[in-house]
Design a protein around this ligand. Structure first.
Ligand SMILES: NC(=[NH2+])NCCC[C@H](N)C(=O)O
Ligand SMILES: [Mn+2]
Ligand SMILES: [Mn+2]
Length: 300
């Protein structure tokens, strides 16, 4: 794989959901050795530090059931601005969460430069809720919908353009928990989804081959948004919304290795690592190991 200039951006965001601790994800991932791991592969890594996340003044503003909306908008805007300047330099943004609401800012910062940004959403969930369909009011269940231009205007219009991605440029991998409104949106917009059923049936090899072929033909850049809860909770216990029956550690490495071989990613983020819920930093270590594979690590 081509050597990259990787810009590391931490986002200590925990306002998109209700489990405290996920704001410590970036430190846990750094502690698990991400920088050394990527430098060993011959890449240069510049750590830009953490985005500042405010403590919200109040959880709810008058017109919405979305929790912590204002603080999430503010943090997302700052992240988007930082990521945009990384892209302007031609570097590879590697964003560390934080809960999955940070994808709103990541995609806002990245997508402006692309006509057709592809997105691989590796996740147990669809994260396609809106204020109307959300069972929880938690913004980490909404970022993919927001990026499609569907949702609260303050979120949808970050950096003053919308949509950030087109439905036909998205591939969801690992889904096993979808709310009713999310199912409808997937059907209505024709979003490609490989649920656990397809992964079991076709095998991860075929799933990734098809995903790469599909995105290669239609996109001019691809962002990987990897929610650690896409993996089985046995392999990645340190997440706030675990769902049993997930993608294995091995399948995930295979997926990362195949993406590295194809060398088509232009940015990536790893989210939802919650050290408080973790077992001896296991989930952060898994995240770093997967990043190793994603950036070209091989045994021989
Ligand atoms: N990024 C995540 N872990 N999202 C979980 C979302 C769970 C649920 N669908 C909700 O909207 O509340
Ligand atoms: Mn998830
Ligand atoms: Mn998610």
């Amino acid at each position: 794989m081509k050597k990259k200039n990787i810009a590391l951006v931490g986002v200590p965001m925990d306002l998109g959901q209700m489990r405290r601790g996920v704001d410590m994800g970036p430190s846990a991932i750094r502690y698990a050795g991400v920088i050394e791991r990527l430098e060993q592969l011959g890449h240069t890594v510049e750590d830009l530090g953490d985005i500042r996340i405010d403590q919200p003044e109040r959880e709810h503003t008058a017109d919405t059931n979305l929790r912590n909306l204002d603080a999430v908008v503010k943090g997302s805007t700052e992240l988007a601005t930082t990521v945009r300047s990384v892209k302007e330099k031609g570097d590879f943004p590697l964003i560390l969460g934080g809960d999955h609401s940070i994808a709103i800012g990541s995609l806002a910062g990245i997508s402006k430069r692309y006509e057709n940004l592809g997105v691989i959403w590796y996740d147990a969930h669809g994260d396609l809720n809106t204020g109307e369909t959300s069972p929880s009011g938690n913004i980490h269940g909404m970022p993919l919908a927001v990026s499609l231009g569907i949702g609260h205007p303050d979120l949808v219009n970050i950096l003053d353009y919308t949509p950030k991605v087109k439905p036909e440029n998205i591939v969801i991998i690992g889904a096993r928990s979808l709310d009713e409104g999310e199912r409808e949106l997937i059907k209505e917009r024709g979003i490609r989804v490989y649920t656990m059923h397809e992964i079991d049936r076709m095998g991860m090899t075929k799933v990734i081959e098809e995903s790469i072929d599909y995105l290669k033909g239609r996109t001019d850049g691809v962002h990987l948004s990897l929610d650690l809860d896409g993996l089985d909770p046995l392999d990645a216990p340190g997440v706030g919304t675990p769902v049993i029956g997930g993608i294995s550690y091995r399948e995930s490495h295979l997926a990362m290795e195949m993406l590295a071989e194809a060398d088509l990613l232009t940015s990536a983020e790893f989210v939802e690592v919650n050290p408080i819920l973790d077992e001896k930093n296991k989930t952060a270590k898994v995240a770093v190991a997967l990043m190793g594979s994603l950036f070209g690590e091989k045994l021989l």
